[in-house]
Design a protein around this ligand. Structure first.
Ligand SMILES: Cc1ncc(COP(=O)(O)O)c(C=O)c1O
Length: 518
């Protein structure tokens, strides 16, 4: 691995230099500038043979859609510009090794589990993990116990994972070595990863973190500490979500020697394409440099403007803003400052209705759920765009209206009794807590599947997950016995317009296994 850049040489006294190298990007541009005549794949031959509409929209970018040519390295055995670009990522994030992902954090989560679990092993997973974690367990032949996140009762959204709860479950299950949590959550709540890492390591275990939504933390002031800095052993980050790289591009970082690096490489080679997109990989190379410089500065300033409008939005009738204070009360240690989650259980509409009303005004949220709406800020936003969001929200609040004063509820929190959305959130929380430390989840790919009307599925074993999407957190897990709580949540979700992946949208049927055969 010769010619690797040593990033320290490029550091200036004030931080990262504006001239950080982008080795993969530069190698691609050099290749194109030499005007090669391609007699190799991809068959569009640097765009010349691509469909006209692709040429019209992607233009010169198609020239960079190249493959493993001499000088352009190989993701699965990197020794040139890909290796150099990955080293720069590792140095920037304080990892011992970082890997480019071209299948999103999805493949990162799967590879982390494939590399760290033996078949039959039990892993402790947060109940609010993304579906890719369930896929990883399935492929690794592993099982899981779940730990439920705390709950933010004002908004009806999940909070952080408490270290005491993890310690209690690990105490009762000393056979568990691996713990996997999501932090930040889709709503931006960060768990106390430093304490979790300490607890897990004290017991000789591994902490894997799905930090899909938190890649930008090192570049934005006021962000909670990132997973690597907190001591996690392996971390995945969807850079396409928050760092400006192309959709599907992501990164997996390793720190320390608890995770076998060779097994990670093998796992990644198993789940990633043998023709990884150079556009995706080059976008990762550029995104790192961008966030270290102008992109990071811009996001920082967007976040400051967003902080100013949080209070303004909290005053909108029917709206509760998810604040760092609320995140801390809900078992977290902080909140992603680039994420804005608004609870709307105090209004006359669900989060899904808020989303529709906003879209009618040209504003497209990231996530709409019965109780809340979530927005993702990026380096391309500015005070004008944020102002438009605030105005849109104020207009929607007038259109939808509030339901008056909340009643005092559980644990001194405020609840809005009688709204279907609040009821949904309460049931979801009940479901997750009822599963905590109890049932062993053994997700397996069902061989034979029957579709059964929901009303007749009670007690049967689910063959497929049922997943509100986004956020992609399974409500019903494959292999789970279907309970009345599942039925109620599925029915309510459908009636409120939640998109449920894993069941047809026009029929109330769920997939179950052929009893006794699985
Ligand atoms: C918490 C979490 N983890 C993993 C993923 C999967 O990431 P990707 O879309 O990059 O594959 C998502 C996607 O939304 C997610 O929310």
């Amino acid at each position: 691995m010769q010619g690797l850049f040593i990033m320290k040489a490029t550091l200036t006294g004030s931080g990262w230099s504006d001239r950080m190298p982008t080795p993969l990007w530069e190698a691609l541009v050099r290749h194109v500038a030499a005007r090669p005549v391609p007699w190799h794949v991809p068959g569009h031959k640097m765009g010349r043979g691509a469909p006209p509409d692709l040429i019209r929209w992607l233009g010169a970018g198609l020239k960079l859609d190249l493959t493993e040519l001499p000088g352009l390295d190989d993701l699965h055995q990197p020794e040139g510009p890909i290796a150099e670009a990955q080293v720069l990522v590792a140095q920037t994030f304080g990892a011992d090794e970082s890997f480019f992902l071209v299948g999103g954090s999805t493949v990162g989560n799967i590879a982390m589990l494939l590399a760290t679990c033996e078949p039959g092993e039990t892993v402790l997973i947060a109940r609010n993990v993304h579906r890719s974690v369930i896929s990883g367990l399935m492929l690794a032949g592993a099982s899981a116990l779940v730990v439920a996140p705390d709950w933010e009762y004002d908004l009806g959204v999940p909070g952080g994972i408490r270290v005491e709860t993890v310690a209690r479950i690990l105490g009762a299950h000393p056979e568990i070595r691996t713990v996997l949590v999501t932090s930040p959550t889709y709503h931006g709540v960060c768990s106390d990863l430093a304490s979790l890492a300490e607890e897990v390591h004290r017991r000789g275990g591994l902490l894997l973190v799905d930090e899909a939504h938190g890649g930008h933390f090192p570049f934005v002031q006021g962000s909670p500490p990132g997973a690597l800095a907190s001591g996690a052993d392996a971390v995945v980050q969807s850079w396409h979500k928050t760092m400006g790289s192309l959709t599907q591009s992501a990164v997996l970082h390793l720190r320390g020697n608890r995770v076998d690096r060779q097994r990670i490489r093998e796992s990644l080679a198993t789940v990633q394409s043998s023709s990884p997109s150079y556009l995706l990989m080059a976008s990762l190379d550029l995104a790192r440099q961008w966030m270290q410089n102008e992109g990071g500065r811009r996001l920082d300033s967007v976040v400051q403007t967003l902080a100013q409008v949080r209070e303004e939005l909290d005053a909108v009738p029917g709206v509760d803003v998810l604040t760092a204070e609320r995140a801390r009360r809900a078992g977290g240690v902080g909140l992603d400052p680039a994420r804005l989650t608004l609870g709307v259980v105090g209004s006359r509409g669900t989060g899904i209705e808020w989303g529709e009303a906003l879209r009618r005004r040209g504003i497209w949220p990231e996530l709409e759920e019965p109780t809340a709406v979530t927005f993702v800020a990026g380096p391309g936003d500015d005070s004008r765009i944020i102002g438009r969001l605030v105005k849109g929200l104020q207009d929607v609040a007038m259109e939808i209206g509030g339901v008056g004063e909340p009643a005092e509820g559980r644990r001194g929190s405020r609840v809005f009794p009688g709204t279907e959305a609040a009821e949904w959130a309460a049931l979801l929380q009940e479901l997750w807590h009822s599963e905590e430390g109890q049932d062993l989840i053994r997700p397996r790919l069902a061989r034979k599947v029957r579709w059964v009307p929901l009303g007749k599925a009670l007690g049967l074993q689910a063959a497929r997950a049922v997943i509100p999407y986004p956020p992609g957190i399974p409500m019903l897990l494959p292999g789970e016995r279907i309970r009345p709580l599942h039925n109620e949540l599925i029915r309510m979700g459908r009636s409120m317009g939640v998109r449920l992946v894993g069941m047809p949208s026009d029929e109330e049927v769920v997939a179950v296994t052929e009893e006794g055969r699985e």
